[in-house]
Design a protein around this ligand. Sequence first.
Ligand code: HEC
Length: 255
Amino acid sequence: MLKAAAAALAAALALVVAGAAEAQEEAPPPPHQTWSFDGVFGTYNEATLQRGFAVYQQVCSACHPVTHLYFRDLEKIGYTEDEVKGIAAKYTVTAGPNKEGQMFKRPARPADHIPGPFPNDEAARAANNGGLPPDLSLITLARDGGPDYVYAIVGLGFTKPPPGFKPIPGTYYNQYFAGNHIKMPPPLHPGAVKFDGQPASVPQMAHDVAAFLNWAAEPNLDERHQTGAKVVLFLVVAVIVFYAAKRRIWSRIPH
Ligand code: HEC
């Protein structure tokens, strides 16, 4: 009994200490951006998502995987079956074993996962000063602020450090990253990606890639919003019908 109480106390203490450590590392909340998929009636914009995929592919995919995405998922953001085949064919995946028991390389197909840049976490850390570039396919669900957080990290956070900030070698100052030392070099530069032949600005690329990653994490948001809208419409109609019925019934009673 006493032992259990002591264990509970120790656990509570550990929580308090962890909480204090976290509070120390806290970054300001990411400012809210405007998203086409905001609110109950919000929906994804295919052109935005395709541009966001281009940013992921041409910039972020050098370090971050999107583990949960298959190439064929890209059909849901407006690519045709043939376009998806073409996108997949540019990647190489390891498949097998063949009849001789050997693994072999082949061009990717729509049914394959989009392969990440590193064979394992150790290789990823070795290439990034010990930092692990996390899987981005669920990042908007995993972090407070969702797409606002992604936007803040890559689009706003790499500013001049405040006076007195002590840089750690191999890290960069980022205002919105917990602790402010991030092992990711600023990934976006004006014109890093071209949209329709035009060099894109940092805010535009940050917006589009954050929207794309939100779609990767919540691909069914559009249907959910549509269902929500139908339920609201049903309730409105039901209220009107019941109100009319109530008036009719009560009109028979003299008052
Ligand atoms: C050169 C490699 C590299 C590139 C390119 C890169 N990142 Fe990163 N990224 C990292 C590393 C390493 C970390 C982990 C940082 C740490 O733990 O200090 C990271 C962390 C992040 C985080 C914070 C994750 C968290 O845990 O909260 C986000 C968000 C992010 N990257 C988004 C992006 C996006 C979006 C792009 C493309 C526009 C991108 N990154 C391009 C290496 C990279």
